[in-house]
Write a protein that binds this ligand. Structure first.
Ligand SMILES: [Zn+2]
Length: 270
């Protein structure tokens, strides 16, 4: 069967990024079994021939009305699918969907009838929020980074910006490459409407990476590589903190003055 990616190099490049990141998630041990999700708004890569394609399944309800999403297109990881399989074959472990003009239903267009992740309503709600706010962000990532999740098992790191300040102070690049820090959402039921709303509220407080207590992170950025990189630099900082603790001391961290200087030099948003 011909793939929708054939003769569409820009779209294929975007899906290749998803496969690349899925491989990293598995290699890092952040994506056990079918853990984690990826959705990407691919509307800008859609051509007239794609718009004319019939759906390969009946429309399905999203479960909510998302007013900015009518006519938008997304790549979504399939429900129950493994990141390690998606890394090898993204179009057999995810699908391309379009949102119907009613903003309440979607249909699978390609390549195979792979039902999207059960987290689809939450991810789409975030994409709707991003579009409503004129954000250039098109990708969302949910994954289980080991050291960052471990941090959330201690109340101290759940206080607003406590983890951000510690992580930023481990090496200068953390502050430069995750410049909005780590927002915190207290434990809530996975897949719940409540968790999606809380995540959007934290993104709205000017965070790109949101930590779900005792669960994982949810990150947004212009593309999936950049979303992954933000999580990766944060988790690296957590690993440095742990390495210092394993050497028997609490790391000093960079000083407040050094962090301020970085912010001024690089024109960082916080
Ligand atoms: Zn999860």
């Amino acid at each position: 069967m011909k793939s929708i990616l054939e003769n569409r190099p820009a779209l294929k490049a975007e899906i290749d990024k998803v496969a690349e990141v899925a491989g990293y998630l598995w290699q890092k041990g952040w994506a056990e079994r079918n853990g984690g999700n990826i959705t990407v708004n691919i509307t800008e890569f859609v051509d007239d021939a794609m718009r004319a394609m019939p759906a390969i399944e009946q429309p399905r309800p999203i479960g909510r009305v998302l007013p900015l999403l009518g006519g938008r297109w997304f790549y979504c990881k399939g429900t129950g699918r493994r990141m390690r399989d998606l890394a090898r074959d993204p179009m057999a472990n995810g699908s391309i969907i379009r949102i119907l003009p009613d903003c309440a239903h979607y249909e699978i267009v390609a390549d195979q009838p792979v039902a999207p992740t059960s987290e689809l309503p939450s991810h789409l709600a975030v994409h709707d929020y991003l579009l409503a706010n004129g954000s250039p962000y098109r990708a969302s990532l949910h994954t289980h980074p080991i050291e960052l999740v471990a941090l959330t098992h201690n109340r101290k790191w759940l206080e607003k910006d406590a983890a951000t300040k510690m992580l930023w102070s481990m090496i200068p690049e953390t502050r430069a490459f995750c410049p909005r820090g780590l927002g915190i959402v207290p434990y809530m039921m996975p897949s719940s409407h409540e968790l999606a709303e809380a995540t959007i509220n934290v993104i709205d407080e000017n965070y790109d990476v949101v930590m779900w207590e005792k669960h994982g992170v949810f990150a947004v950025d212009t593309d999936i590589i950049n979303a992954f990189d933000q999580v990766d630099v944060l988790n690296k900082a957590a690993q440095i903190y742990i390495a210092a603790r394993n050497m028997g001391f609490v790391p000093d961290g960079m000083t407040a003055a050094q962090m301020r200087e970085l912010g001024i030099t690089f024109g960082l948003p916080k």
